[in-house]
Design a protein around this ligand. Structure first.
Ligand SMILES: Cc1cc2nc3c(=O)[nH]c(=O)nc-3n(C[C@H](O)[C@H](O)[C@H](O)COP(=O)(O)O)c2cc1C
Length: 168
């Protein structure tokens, strides 16, 4: 993959994250986990490019995210759609995602795990993490029945500096 400046990337974040989806991968080359995510954003904060993702606290990936300073976002081509669905419907608690998909892990120069064949890989250094609170919603009832009923806990928001950008 080729390393570029994030600012040179010409992407529509809503399309890239919301439609292409991404794999959040956290851990070390010897012990990592990944999960599919389609909620998040790319932006500019604290005078640097940032990515932000929303992860429910009960995801197995959460423990891996919290254990290391950085994680990656891999945006895979359409050929991997079924693998993204698999990683979004199964937990690393129960299955070996690498054994059940065609995903090929790779290690970036800085030692983070991402995936070969990705269109884009973003390396993300955590700067801020907060747990959403019901009281902070302007209109809780607008989202709660669909997204936070019963056993669905509120998301954690991670805001991260984008420390490296790789493209295919
Ligand atoms: C298309 C798609 C998008 C998803 N987006 C998110 C997301 O943004 N945040 C989240 O917490 N879970 C999201 N999920 C659910 C997780 O990927 C799913 O719970 C996964 O099994 C978690 O894996 P883990 O337990 O190994 O971490 C998504 C699932 C799919 C299929």
């Amino acid at each position: 993959m080729q390393t570029v400046d994030f600012e040179t990337l010409s992407v529509n974040a809503a399309q890239l994250i919301g439609k292409q989806w991404m794999l959040i991968t956290a851990g070390t080359p010897g012990d990592f986990n990944c999960m599919t995510a389609s909620w998040g954003g790319l932006g500019y904060l604290w005078n640097r490019p940032v990515a932000y993702v929303f992860v429910r606290p009960n995801r197995h990936t959460r423990g891996y995210i919290d254990a290391q300073p950085s994680f990656t976002l891999s945006f895979m081509p359409e050929a991997y759609r079924k693998d993204l669905i698999f990683c979004g419907r199964n937990s690393g608690k129960d299955v070996d995602k690498m054994a059940n998909t065609a995903l090929k892990p790779m290690t970036t120069a800085s030692g983070l795990v991402a995936f070969e064949d990705a269109d884009v890989v973003l390396e993300c250094r955590k700067m801020f993490c907060t747990s959403m609170q019901e009281v902070d919603f302007i209109n809780w009832s607008e989202v709660s029945p669909q997204w936070y009923a019963e056993d669905n806990p509120l998301h954690l928001l991670y805001i991260c500096e984008i420390t490296a950008t790789h493209v295919r």
